[in-house]
Design a protein around this ligand. Sequence first.
Ligand SMILES: [Zn+2]
Length: 285
Amino acid sequence: MKRTQALIDMIVFPGGYTKAFTMSYDDGTVHDRRFVELLNRYRIKGTFNLNSGIFGLQRKGVGPNTDLDISVIQEEEVRTLYEGHEIAGHGSVHASPTDVGTPAFMFETIEDKEKLEEVTGKMVRGYAYPFGAFNEDVKKILKLAGYHYARVVDTTGKFDIPQDFLEWRGTAHHNDPKLMELAEEFCRNDFFGFRKKLFYVWGHSYEFEGDGTWDKIEAFLKFMDEHREGIWFASNIEIVDYVNAYRSLEYSADGNMIYNPTAIPVTFARYRKNYTVQPGETLYL
Ligand SMILES: [Zn+2]
């Protein structure tokens, strides 16, 4: 078939949503209790990156704030506290992936995965790099261990879906002075290009306590809730699984036969019309 305009298919998220929002919080400290309560109040999904080797550890201080309680939550509360959110790996005892040697890192990783799966009763397939430290070997080990994504520390200030989920840069840390500006830009109903799709915020809940910013984060979550129309609120792994399924679609040379080899129904938009390809089926346009 002779084509007269550029063929550009755009990912459409489950439920027909054109954008996705997700949050990622590290270290599983006691302040997650208050933070999860806020997420639940404003119907927002998060991913929590836990260190399963130090559940229950009592400790204080981070940076100049030596009085701040950064104790780790108890193992017994993990299942109920994080219900409805994703649990992901963050290393058994938060060792730096690039600074402990490969065997120790492999052990840190797989021991953490096994423990988190035992505690949650669910597969753990996501990860955040402790200290944001990674290299090619580290990425390879995570992939072999069954992790499908890993979040880094630096951010993009953009709404791109990453090409490589094992180097997942979020949009912003919650302390980014532009956070509300980004939220407003993301929630505006302007036309969103095919790459401007994903708003990703990360941090540590103890920062709200240490910096006195609980009000600020609550205002942000409330804003996102009030502008939820058209946005898929998802955990990190839900986004990864869906994007990977979208990327697995197989196309005929003319682009009009589309095969979905995955187990997930996948929706895309072509010339502003939505199409869904069912698992194992071929769509003929
Ligand atoms: Zn951490």
